[in-house]
Design a protein around this ligand. Sequence first.
Ligand SMILES: C[S@@+](CC[C@H](N)C(=O)[O-])C[C@H]1O[C@@H](n2cnc3c(N)ncnc32)[C@H](O)[C@@H]1O
Length: 161
Amino acid sequence: MRRDDYAAANRDAWNAAAPHHRVHDQYARLVRGFAKPGFSCLDPTATECFKALGVAGRDVAQLGCNNARELLSVKNMGAARAVGFDVSVPFLAQGRELATLAGLDCELVETDIYKIPARYAEAFGLVFTTIGVYGWMPDLGAFFAEVARLLRPGGRYFAYE
Ligand SMILES: C[S@@+](CC[C@H](N)C(=O)[O-])C[C@H]1O[C@@H](n2cnc3c(N)ncnc32)[C@H](O)[C@@H]1O
């Protein structure tokens, strides 16, 4: 399969999955959670890792942010700027809904990870990905080159798989 055809098929599959996630109990739990100040969906291990990395006051980006539940949790931990990148418009719409509920300022950008606009180069002190992103990446070397491009000198990358 050509690379462009794969990217389109991958995006279409995520878009098709989004409405099913929207009506799932897990999403209802997020809606209830983010209605409360300071909510986090992160498990204790991820929470400790983010604390150790020093998320408070940092400009943070998530690659493959899905409905932004984790990015919003990181924002609730005190991140300064929070930017999520994902190829799926309907999942990002869910993220915007959760951000509005939580009253959190979070920038959610529709883009392929391999095509993140140049204005985000060296914009972040912390970039992270969590479970279920690497498997969809057709070129992991190019993926990590993107991570490096987004990080400021001295920035950190956190993978939680
Ligand atoms: C399994 S989900 C991530 C879920 C997230 N770890 C969580 O627990 O909430 C994978 C996400 O990666 C996104 N994705 C897959 N390939 C992508 C690509 N090439 N560029 C941007 N986003 C992509 C999908 O749209 C989907 O939202």
